[in-house]
Design a protein around this ligand. Structure first.
Ligand code: ZN
Length: 70
């Protein structure tokens, strides 16, 4: 199981269930348990896809950041 959540910087991230912390590309280390979980998915592929979709939704209209910046 993988958990999908967001960093304070707005990026979507995923972490394998049971992992305590996840470091965002912005440099912030997040405690997974303290984050609001948006989705739970079974596989790493699904997690990667879910993050991609969230990034698309977040940045689609602003052009602020491309998904390739993940
Ligand atoms: Zn971040």
């Amino acid at each position: 199981m993988y958990l999908i959540f967001r960093c304070d910087c707005g990026r979507a991230l995923y972490a394998k269930e049971g992992v305590a912390t996840r470091k965002c590309v912005c440099g912030k280390t997040l405690k997974v348990k303290s984050r609001r979980i948006f989705q739970k998915v079974e596989t790493r592929e699904d997690a990667s896809l879910a993050v991609q979709e969230m990034q698309d939704k977040i940045y689609k209209n602003t052009g602020f950041m491309k998904a390739s910046d993940l």
